[in-house]
Design a protein. Sequence first.
Length: 55
Amino acid sequence: MTEITPAKGKLGVLLVGLGAVSTTFIGGVLAVRKGLAQPIGSLTQMGTVRLGQRT
């Protein structure tokens, strides 16, 4: 099994345009920073995420 090391440092995100997806992303980031939301991603990502080789 491949080990994934924890992230460190800052992450830059390039947003092309300010449509519905971009503004939702920005709003979510600001809500997490203010402590108003949990950083869990979308509802579809709350399940199990398989990492590594698929069998």
